[in-house]
Design a protein around this ligand. Structure first.
Ligand SMILES: [Fe+2]
Length: 204
């Protein structure tokens, strides 16, 4: 199965980003600098986010939508939009990889957490809130596994918030975790993609 684009037509800016990513991975293989090196290509991808059309900005009432834009076969790269309706928020969750998130519509608040326990007790997790920051339109925020990988996103605008995610796995197919910081609990989940049936085909 080849790499998959889910957006038609594939805009040159997107195709160029995937090429840039592939070159970077070849150059940086085994080195720790991939996340920082990725920043400039992600900035170029979001320089004019007009290529992200209405299909990838659609909210799903009562839930967080994740519209796949691109998934690599490897699977070491996925690009998708996350749409959170007004007044709603994601659960506290992790991603188990590195990546960048750029806000392309609306307003968001991001809460970042660190895990304070050693994970030895099944179903239990102690989280500490380490930051709570408004995200500006056009701002890029990093996700870095394992130390800065747990967060929660709240839509603060009257319109749905839309963020473009560029992550170094096939996030929708990865078994990862949600957390309830107040209850001190953790649960496994697989998020899938809103526009991909049987979304677990790549990456498993
Ligand atoms: Fe996230």
């Amino acid at each position: 199965m080849p790499d998959s684009y889910y957006i038609e037509p594939v805009q040159p800016v997107l195709r160029r980003f995937v090429e840039d990513f592939r070159n970077l991975v070849d150059r940086e293989r085994g080195k720790p600098g991939l996340l920082e090196s990725l920043r400039a290509p992600v900035e170029r991808l979001l320089d004019d986010p007009g290529w992200i059309d209405e299909n990838f900005r659609r909210p799903r009432p009562g839930e967080t939508a994740a519209w796949a834009v691109y998934r690599s076969q490897d699977p070491d790269l996925c690009i998708f939009t996350m749409v959170v309706p007004p007044g709603e928020m994601t659960k506290v969750h992790n991603h188990l990889t590195d990546g960048w998130v750029g806000l392309v519509q609306g307003g968001q608040l991001e809460r970042k957490f660190h895990r304070a326990d050693d994970g030895s007790e099944p179903g239990a997790a102690r989280l500490e809130l380490v930051a709570e920051d408004p995200i500006a339109l056009g701002e890029l925020t990093p996700l870095s596994y394992p130390h800065d990988d747990i967060h929660q996103v709240v839509t603060t605008s009257g319109e749905p918030s839309v963020s473009l995610h560029v992550l170094c796995n096939d996030l929708g197919t990865v078994e990862r975790q949600t957390f309830d910081p107040n209850a001190g609990t953790v649960s496994d989940f697989v998020s899938g993609y809103t526009n991909v049936d049987g979304g677990s085909r790549i990456g498993r």
